[in-house]
Design a protein around this ligand. Structure first.
Ligand code: KIV
Length: 288
């Protein structure tokens, strides 16, 4: 059962600034990491005060902020603009920003120039999508002081190559390829790995076999080091049918459909608590 915060306005408990070594220490002692996407200063403050460990300026801003049908139109300038805003609003959480489509694939040098723009905007780590072919770029960035989060499984920048937003790594060949890609990225020095829409058993296997990687699942079951959701999804703001892996944290489980929902701050605190105590995701409900 998830923990729901009281409605009192108690000030958030003091915590030290979240750094990469502190994230690694937390992961090593078995603490689950709570990440959420964030695109502006106001939400950055709310998420930070609610105890989110990591804020991700995702290129999902193309969908939820710009109203695009994919992340492909998002530019490096858009990402830097939103990263600056989030960096101004947050206090202690760790800030990761996405390298958008077309800003890192040409060469490691192109990736470093783009990562530089995001880090000057306030990012503490950059995320890039793609399999083992990106390992050379990951190594190049890491050796030059840029912490990297890799991203495997459903990689939305490849939506047209994949043919839709669907679960990846379901058969043995695809699962082996995913594990090989994750291994190559870990060996190249990636610190984190987002696993999006992969079977829970595969995400658990990758997490177990590559302890040097902090795996962050979204639709990847409960066996990862941490979880991430798109903020607008977990606040119930995204129109249309809610995907299986998303929980609307503004709703108190078991309450009537017309019962008043939680505030944004309460919903985010409930998400952080549910990730930390392992009650979200519930594999039977949210997993594949
Ligand atoms: O862009 C994004 O929001 C992401 C998350 C779905 C992990 O990459």
């Amino acid at each position: 059962m998830s923990v729901h915060p009281s409605t009192s306005e108690a000030p958030p408990a003091a915590r030290p600034a979240v750094t990469l070594p502190r994230l690694r220490e937390a992961a090593a002692r078995g603490e689950k990491l709570a990440m959420l996407t964030c695109y502006d200063a106001t939400f950055a403050r709310v998420l930070d005060d609610a105890g989110a460990d990591v804020l991700l300026v995702g290129d999902s801003l193309g969908n939820v902020i710009q109203g695009q049908s994919s992340t492909l139109p998002v530019t490096l300038e858009h990402m830097a603009y939103h990263t600056e805003a989030v960096a101004r609003g947050k206090r202690l959480a760790f800030l990761v920003a996405d390298l958008p489509f077309g800003s890192y694939e040409s060469s490691p040098q192109q990736a470093l120039a783009s990562a530089g723009a995001l880090m000057r905007a306030g990012a503490q780590m950059v995320k890039l999508e793609g399999g083992g072919y990106t390992a050379e770029t990951v190594r190049f960035l890491v050796e030059r002081g840029v912490p990297v989060c890799a991203h495997l499984g459903l990689t939305p920048q490849r939506v047209h190559a994949i043919g839709g937003y669907r679960v990846q790594g379901r058969d043995e060949a695809a699962a082996s390829q995913l594990l090989a890609d994750a291994t190559a990225l870990a060996e190249a020095g990636a610190s984190m790995l987002v696993l999006e829409l992969v079977p829970s058993a595969l995400a658990r296997r990758i997490t177990g076999q590559l302890p040097q990687l902090m795996t962050i699942g979204i639709g990847a079951g409960a066996g990862t080091t941490g979880q991430v959701l798109v903020l607008h999804d977990m606040l119930g703001l995204t129109p249309g049918k809610r995907p299986r892996f998303v929980r609307d944290f503004t709703r108190v489980p078991g309450s009537a459909a017309d019962a008043p929902g939680l505030s944004v701050a309460q919903a985010v605190a409930a998400y952080v608590a549910a990730v930390k105590d392992g009650s979200f995701p519930d594999e039977a409900v949210h997993g594949y």
